[in-house]
Design a protein around this ligand. Structure first.
Ligand code: ZN
Length: 328
């Protein structure tokens, strides 16, 4: 038996034991991971590595102690790090920090739900996400482009828009509109905690948990790669913009120069980027969507993303370079 991806499944919890937790991948961090019972893994047709939405059960049916409510999220995204087989009757095991994210102090007494998606099953706009404190994915230049995209098309991705990495979703939409490209965008909102609640590291993003992304990947499967070139827009906590990705040094330098020409006071780095920000990992969602040597990843400080003029200047710069070099 499999479950529909929009279905929610009632679950019980346990605390993960430290030995088991130590086996988990460090990225995403352990508090953003869970293990799933072998029984639930099979029943719900889940994959190790995919993202789940996990939350406390409806408060009308299950009494939750006041101290457990506090300012925890009603649900959050977790990545399945593995399956557990021992018969402790717990469907999910989380770290202490992982339980805390959704306000569970006593896992043995808590009940919750799981849904095999990262994104909301029906909302598909940043407006809906903002109104409901939710996390959504959507396409710009949408479904027709997925079906008909020829191999020369450009793809723009912004997996961390909304309040997760502010401004990146708007930039992605603007670039896609200007270049007549397809954009895959996620936007997450949550009072005071969008990053902690919704951020999934680019190398961990699993298409089964992002149906629109899965459609894009499947549409290109026949041609091996659906897109000729791809751009990822991100934000980070540093103070210079980093131009990474698998594109050659001259293309990355051209992007850096185009940004510097428009924002002279701002520092832009296209070489010597720390590995965690350089956008070259094959597992990075960007590099699963376009060929090696054809991707650019921008990591941008908060200052340029929150200032509309700078944010737009970076859009201009990227469009100039992509427009010029697109057919090469
Ligand atoms: Zn990001």
């Amino acid at each position: 038996m499999t479950v529909d991806s929009t279905e929610t499944i009632g679950v019980s919890f346990a605390r993960i034991d430290p030995d088991e937790a130590a086996l988990h991948r460090l990225d995403p961090p352990n508090d953003h991971c869970c293990t799933v019972s072998q029984e639930l893994l099979e029943r719900a047709d889940l994959d190790v590595g995919q993202q789940l939405r996990i939350g406390r059960a409806d408060e009308r049916r299950v009494e939750i102690r006041e101290e457990e409510r506090s300012d925890a999220f009603r649900d959050a995204i977790y990545t399945v790090a593995g399956a557990h087989a021992r018969p402790d009757r717990a469907d999910l095991r989380l770290t202490d920090g992982g339980l805390e994210r959704i306000g569970i102090a006593d896992p043995a007494a808590a009940r919750g739900f799981v849904r095999p998606l990262a994104v909301h099953p029906s909302y598909d706009s940043p407006e809906a996400a903002k109104r409901h404190d939710e996390f959504v994915e959507f396409l710009v230049n949408g479904d027709d482009a997925v079906e008909s995209s020829d191999s020369a098309r450009t793809l723009v991705v912004a997996p961390h828009g909304g309040y997760v990495e502010y401004g990146t979703d708007r930039q992605a939409a603007a670039v896609a509109t200007r270049l007549d490209a397809l954009a895959w965008v996620c936007a997450g909102f949550s009072d005071g905690g969008a990053f902690d609640r919704w951020h999934v590291t680019s190398t961990a993003i699993h298409p089964r948990s992002f149906p629109a992304l899965q459609r894009i990947l499947e549409a290109g499967a026949d041609r091996n790669r659906p897109f000729n070139r791809a751009l990822a827009l991100h934000g980070y906590g540093g103070d210079e913009t980093l131009v990474g990705g698998t594109s050659d040094a001259s293309t990355r330098a051209a992007v850096a120069e185009a940004i510097e020409a428009r924002i002279p006071a701002h520092r832009v780095r296209a070489r010597g980027i720390p590995p965690e920000y350089d956008g070259t990992a094959p597992e990075n969602v960007l590099n699963r969507l376009a060929p090696e040597g054809r991707t650019i990843q921008l990591e941008q400080p908060k200052a340029v993303r929150t200032d509309e003029e700078s944010r737009e200047a970076i859009v201009d710069a990227v469009c100039e370079v992509f427009g010029e070099r697109l057919e090469r």
